[in-house]
Design a protein around this ligand. Structure first.
Ligand SMILES: Cc1cc2nc3c(=O)[nH]c(=O)nc-3n(C[C@H](O)[C@H](O)[C@H](O)COP(=O)(O)OP(=O)(O)OC[C@H]3O[C@@H](n4cnc5c(N)ncnc54)[C@H](O)[C@@H]3O)c2cc1C
Length: 230
């Protein structure tokens, strides 16, 4: 796999929307064409050099460039997350550096994939699912999504998940943990032969599900992919 070289570019915030009381959606337009990424990667962003870089995963597919989308959860103390959440408005410019991360979806290597996500960990995995959704010629690829959300009110990007579920190559299962309890590895059943698993969510979720897949289901180590960003 060839990873894109890192670069620093200016971007303009073109749209911002509240998703739930805890999450927001952002759409940026990059101001030059030197930035590329693979589905699953992240970038560093700051409004200017008085702010620390904040790391955020792309939730759009690379084919949308020069536009890219981010999904953010309201933070506790990071100044850049705070700025994005409380102050950023259409027309504001930011600096973007990246991309970073080696947990990426390659449709030619990962024909059958299971995406297991929780909380704001949906973002990099949404980029993967949208990459398949937008490439209609990938007829033999399949994705099963297991999305753990606390409750209906905290379900971010619901419309996007509904759109993905309409794609006959993609199946979406939503687990409402307040009612159903945590998603566990032994409730992940898929009609796939030898799938790749991509995990992103709270550390305890990644730990429990990855261990369960490796030990309980005997999934080969090189078929379980995750990056810990909490
Ligand atoms: C690879 C990666 C991808 C990510 N993708 C996403 C995403 O798609 N969406 C999303 O919402 N979040 C994402 N995050 C998390 C995000 O980068 C921030 O960590 C999070 O928004 C901060 O939350 P918080 O304000 O609660 O910070 P805290 O949990 O309080 O702190 C988080 C980090 O910020 C540092 N920090 C806190 N205050 C300051 C300060 N004053 N100056 C400098 N550093 C400070 C802390 O030392 C700590 O390392 C990602 C993180 C990584 C590493």
């Amino acid at each position: 796999m060839i990873f894109p070289v890192q670069t620093e570019v200016k971007a303009i915030l073109r749209d911002v929307k509240e998703e739930t009381h805890l999450t927001k959606w952002f759409r940026f337009e990059l101001q030059d064409d030197s930035f590329h990424f693979l589905p699953g990667q992240w970038l560093d962003l700051r409004p200017d050099d008085s702010f620390p870089w904040g790391g955020y995963s792309m939730m759009s597919s690379p084919s949308e460039l020069p536009y890219l989308e981010l999904g953010l959860r309201k933070g506790k103390s990071h100044p850049t997350t705070g700025w994005l959440f409380e102050e950023a408005k259409k027309g504001d410019s930011v600096m973007i550096h990246g991309p970073g991360g080696r947990t990426v979806y390659d449709p030619s290597l990962h024909q059958e994939s299971v995406l297991v996500m929780g909380g704001i960990g949906v973002t990099p995995l949404l980029s993967m699912a949208r990459t398949l959704h937008e490439n209609k010629e990938l007829k033999n690829n399949k994705i099963a999504i297991f999305n753990s959300v606390k409750s209906e009110e905290e379900w971010s990007f619901k419309n996007l998940f509904c759109k993905l579920d309409e794609d006959e190559r993609i199946v979406v299962k939503t687990i409402f943990s307040h009612n159903e309890g945590h998603l566990t590895w032994n409730s992940i059943h898929v009609p796939f032969k030898d799938p790749h698993y991509f995990l992103c969510g709270p550390p305890s979720m990644i730990e429990e599900i990855s261990q369960g897949l490796l030990k309980g289901k005997a999934v080969p180590r090189d078929h379980v992919h995750f990056e810990k960003w909490w």
